[in-house]
Design a protein around this ligand. Structure first.
Ligand SMILES: *[C@@H]1O[C@H](CO)[C@@H](O)[C@H](O)[C@H]1NC(C)=O
Ligand SMILES: *[C@@H]1O[C@H](CO)[C@@H](O)[C@H](O)[C@H]1NC(C)=O
Ligand SMILES: *[C@@H]1O[C@H](CO)[C@@H](O)[C@H](O)[C@H]1NC(C)=O
Length: 622
């Protein structure tokens, strides 16, 4: 910009500033200078040099589509020996005091795309997708199915690489999906019919809403220009009325609701809390959001948290600050709402508790730019939001972790996996991958709550994901700390292998011997109705169980990216009748009373007997 136009712009800005009624407007004005350059933010850890963020011409030159009949999957390029950094991993001594500590298997050597985002859908497949910013993947789109690459200088250039796949987690089978716009660091949630409604992303994708339905031939439908503000690194939450609310994103200090297909939001609602919690490296991206039994939302950003009433757009309460560092991207901690136990909540709401583990020091990103990788935070903090004077209670994990995933298992225990012991999120900013998953049992007393399980052999830090499967095992995928698909001459090669982790409850000594089995035919086809009894049958293969030994849980499948599983929740249902007939049982539970407890949609219902979950069945609540 020449000096004259710059002076003119500044003069106009100054004028607007004088007219601006509040500090908020001050920042909003400056948002018109919101940088749009690809290399605006991302620096790598290599001497603070600017990172290349757009695929080069050479990277994009292989544009051929796969013949219509072929899968389009290309081979994983050979890689060299692991670098020094890659050999520096963290593996804890396995705690086998309580028996087998879990087991890892490889489901696929090549998922075609590296799973930056992942969700398990009710037709028995996972959807995995990356960004189109990385250039070529390992899977071509089928012939006549390429997308126009809006960032190529030559108008009309086609990008023939798949950036999304449907993954069959039982066979490793792949189907390329076609996304037209960039989903880099986007958000998502399921609607009441089990469609994945996926929002935002980068560049041409930042205001887009995309929908994919659960079927073997379904593909993405996209609704451009849905949002008023760009939603890059935003969090999406499903609401009791079935709508979605989307919070934040880079330089988007606002929230808005996902509009009806084809509609455009005229404006976003401003949210000063998101501006107040940003800092020099934006440690408040991908805020943690949870729907509470009251219908209010818990919102955590950086080191502060509030209870927000979306119905009138007001913060109704602020919780104490969580000291010690930052917990949101790029300081990416793990967080979830703890299981909502409806068994003792007759008449009232269950007490909502939130847990946040790990994260990074506020300085981690800046230090990373200078090639210094600070230790990740080691604490787990919990807060009971039902307490009028709620305070954070903290305790230490066996190892610090940043960029980890936190999944709620069907039993109500949490699984902490993936991530690193040093550094923070961002390309090249993680060191010391933690290979050991840790089990966290929230109902046990402090101390024995944590258990180190069997370690994986694969480092998964930045851009890795995981998901609970209907069979109660865990799918683990992705990981790419490079700006492209790089398999050699990098510290951490792009990860396209997919693993399955079988938690201890599926080991021979537990599950194989006596795993409860839900009789699918007995599950009411019309699903659950709020507040009504729900009856089904199950059987035990060898040993009988008593009512006191069983627990019925229902799990909302989340959308997972960047170590955060949006909309993940588990409810423990109240058993009202239990009839035994040999080793066959008829059980009746009370369905959750209202959508504030469990928004409409498909859940995985598990019968847990003596700590061993059945295979889950998909049940719709309405
Ligand atoms: C329910 O409440 C009773 C009485 O306070 C208590 O003994 C029991 O452990 C509670 N059950 C659960 C699952 O919290
Ligand atoms: C990074 O290194 C530069 C040059 O040595 C120094 O000026 C700067 O303060 C360092 N930044 C941090 C966060 O340590
Ligand atoms: C990563 O891969 C891209 C595309 O193949 C290549 O151009 C680039 O040089 C690679 N980067 C490194 C660090 O090897």
């Amino acid at each position: 910009m020449g000096s004259l136009p710059r002076a003119a712009v500044l003069a106009v800005a100054l004028l607007l500033l004088l007219l601006a009624p509040s500090g908020e407007a001050f920042f909003d004005i400056f948002n018109i200078f919101r940088p749009r350059s690809e290399s605006d933010y991302f620096q790598n850890a290599f001497d603070g040099a600017q990172e290349q963020t757009v695929p080069t011409r050479a990277e994009q030159e292989e544009r051929g589509a796969a013949p219509a009949t072929a899968t389009g999957l290309t081979k994983v390029p050979p890689s060299g020996p692991p670098s020094k950094a890659a050999q520096d991993t963290v593996e804890l001594a396995v705690d086998s005091g309580a028996g087998t500590a879990g087991e890892w298997t490889i489901v696929s050597e090549n998922s075609g795309v590296s799973a930056m985002h992942m969700a398990v859908m009710r037709h028995g497949k996972a959807v995995m997708f990356d960004t189109s910013t990385t250039g070529r993947s390992l899977m071509r789109l089928p012939q006549d199915n390429c997308r126009i690459d809006p960032r190529d200088q030559d108008a009309g250039t086609m990008d023939c690489w798949a950036h999304a796949v449907e993954f069959d987690y039982n066979t490793g089978g792949l189907r390329p999906l076609k996304i037209l716009t960039d989903t880099w660091c986007s958000s998502g949630a399921f609607d009441a019919d089990g469609n994945l409604v996926q929002t935002g992303g980068y560049f041409e994708g930042e205001k887009v809403v995309r929908v994919i339905s659960p079927c073997d031939t379904c593909d993405w439908l996209e609704h451009p220009n849905s949002f008023a503000d760009g939603r890059w690194y935003a969090t999406q939450q499903v609401l009791p009325d079935g709508r979605f609310i989307v919070f934040g994103g880079r330089r988007a200090f606002s929230y808005e609701f996902v509009p009806a297909p084809g509609k455009t939001n005229a404006r976003a609602m401003s949210m000063p809390f998101l501006r107040e919690t940003t800092d020099d490296v934006e440690n408040n991206l991908y805020p943690f959001v949870n729907l509470l039994p009251s219908g209010n939302l818990f919102l955590f950003a950086n080191d502060r948290s509030v209870i927000f009433d979306h119905r009138d757009g007001k913060i109704v309460r602020e919780l104490p600050r969580l000291a010690g560092g930052s917990r949101n991207y790029p300081a990416s901690a793990m967080s979830t709402l703890l299981p909502l136990d409806l068994r003792n909540a007759t008449g009232g709401d269950p007490e909502p508790e939130v847990v946040i583990c790990g994260g990074a020091l506020k300085t981690a990103f800046r230090k990373g730019e200078n090639n210094t990788f600070q230790p990740a935070l080691r604490d787990c903090a919990r807060i009971n939001l039902a307490a009028p004077d709620a305070q954070w209670q903290t305790e230490d994990m066996p190892v610090g972790r940043v960029m980890g995933d936190m999944l709620i298992l069907p039993t109500g225990d949490l699984l902490l996996l993936n991530g690193a012991a040093k550094g923070c999120a961002g390309w090249g900013f993680g060191r010391q991958p933690v290979l050991t998953p840790v089990l966290y049992s929230p109902r046990k007393p402090e101390g024995p709550r944590f258990r180190a399980l069997a370690a994986s052999t694969i480092a998964r830090m930045y851009h890795s994901t995981s998901a609970v499967l209907p069979d109660a095992s865990v799918l683990v995928a992705g990981g790419n700390t490079n700006t492209a698909y790089n398999f050699s001459d990098v510290d951490f090669p792009t990860e396209v292998r997919v693993e399955r982790f079988s938690p201890p409850y599926l080991s021979e000594e537990h599950a194989a011997a006596n795993r409860p089995e839900i009789d699918g035919k007995s599950v009411p086809a019309e699903g659950m109705r709020y507040g009504s009894p729900f009856t089904f049958r199950f059987s035990m293969p060898s040993e009988p169980v008593a009512e006191a030994d069983v627990k019925v849980t229902m799990y909302a499948p989340p959308f997972t990216t960047h170590g955060y599983s949006m909309n993940q929740r588990l409810l423990v249902l109240s058993v009202t009748a239990f009839v035994e007939d040999g080793r066959r049982y008829t059980v009746t539970v009370d369905a959750p009373g209202k959508p504030e407890l469990a928004p409409r949609g498909y859940y995985l219902v598990f019968m847990v007997a003596k700590g061993v979950p059945s295979i889950g069945v998909w049940v719709k609540i309405q």
